[in-house]
Design a protein around this ligand. Structure first.
Ligand code: DC
Length: 222
C-alpha cells in the first residue's frame, strides 16, 4: 500500500488484552488511544435506554435512534472520553449488559455504517493506536503497524474473571468462558467486517506473555 498512516491497528477477540496493550503502546509512542469497542457499546447504551421492542435492525424505532445518534470522541493517551448528545457516557459502557447488546448489534450493517465515518476521521489524523475487530481490515488498512492478537480462550476467560473481580463483580469462570466463545463466534461469522486478520498483520499470541512483554514486542516492531 503506497500511503501509510503513522498509527497502530490492534485487532483481536474478546478479552485478548487489546485495550490494555493499545493504551500502553500509545503511551510509549506518544500517540492517542481509542478503543473502538466503546463506540459499539455507546450505540448499545442508546438502544437499551430506549426500551426498544422488538429488538431487531428492522424496527423503525431502532433505525430512528441510529440515525439520530450524536456520538463524539475526545481522544487522549489514557483512553478516549465518549459523549452521547453532549453527555459523557464513558463510565457507563463497561457493564456485562451493555457488552452483550454491543456484541449483537455490531453485526448490524446499519450500526457499522453509522460508526464508520467517526472512526475513519480519527484514523486519518494519524498518531493513534486504535483497537477493535476490523481496524486493520476496514477502518485503518493504511496503518503502519497492524497487530492481530490471539490468546487461548481459557486464559482469556481467567483474565476476564479477574478483571471483573477487581471491579467488585463476581462471575463464574464457566459462564465467562461460554460468553467469550459465543462472542468469538459472532464476531468471526458475521458477514460484514468479521474479525479476521489483515493479510499484512503481525500475529501475537499473548497466552504466555505478560503485559510488559507484549507491549515491548509491539513497540519494537513499530
Ligand atoms: O471490545 P469490546 O468488548 O468493548 O467490544 C464490544 C463489541 O463491539 C464486541 O462484541 C465486538 C464489537 N466490536 C466490533 O464489532 N468492531 C470493533 N471495531 C470493535 C468492537
Amino acid at each position: 500500500m503506497s500511503h501509510r498512516i503513522e498509527s497502530v491497528a490492534i485487532d483481536g477477540p474478546a478479552s485478548s488484552g487489546k485495550s490494555t496493550l493499545a493504551r500502553e503502546v500509545a503511551h510509549h509512542l506518544g500517540f492517542v488511544f481509542v478503543d473502538t469497542g466503546s463506540l459499539y457499546r455507546t450505540v448499545a447504551l442508546a438502544l437499551l435506554s430506549d426500551q426498544n421492542s422488538p429488538f431487531n435492525e428492522e424496527n423503525p424505532k431502532i433505525q430512528k435512534t441510529l440515525s439520530n445518534l450524536n456520538i463524539s470522541v475526545i481522544p487522549s493517551p489514557s483512553g478516549a472520553r465518549i459523549t452521547m448528545s453532549g453527555l459523557d457516557v464513558t463510565t457507563h459502557l463497561r457493564t456485562e449488559e451493555v457488552g452483550a447488546v454491543a456484541s449483537r448489534i455490531s453485526a448490524w450493517p446499519s450500526v457499522r455504517k453509522a460508526l464508520f465515518d467517526l472512526q475513519r476521521s480519527m484514523a486519518l489524523k494519524g498518531k493513534i493506536v486504535m483497537d477493535g475487530r476490523d481496524i486493520g481490515t476496514v477502518i485503518m488498512p493504511e496503518a503502519r503497524l497492524k497487530i492481530f492478537l490471539e490468546a487461548d480462550p481459557t486464559v482469556r476467560a481467567r483474565r476476564r474473571v479477574d478483571d471483573l473481580r477487581q471491579r467488585g463483580i463476581h462471575a463464574s469462570y464457566e459462564t465467562v468462558l461460554a460468553d467469550i466463545l459465543e462472542r468469538d463466534r459472532r464476531d468471526r461469522e458475521r458477514p460484514i467486517a468479521p474479525l479476521v486478520a489483515a493479510k499484512d498483520a503481525l500475529h501475537l499470541d499473548t497466552t504466555h506473555l505478560t503485559i510488559d512483554e507484549a507491549v515491548r514486542w509491539i513497540v519494537d516492531r513499530y
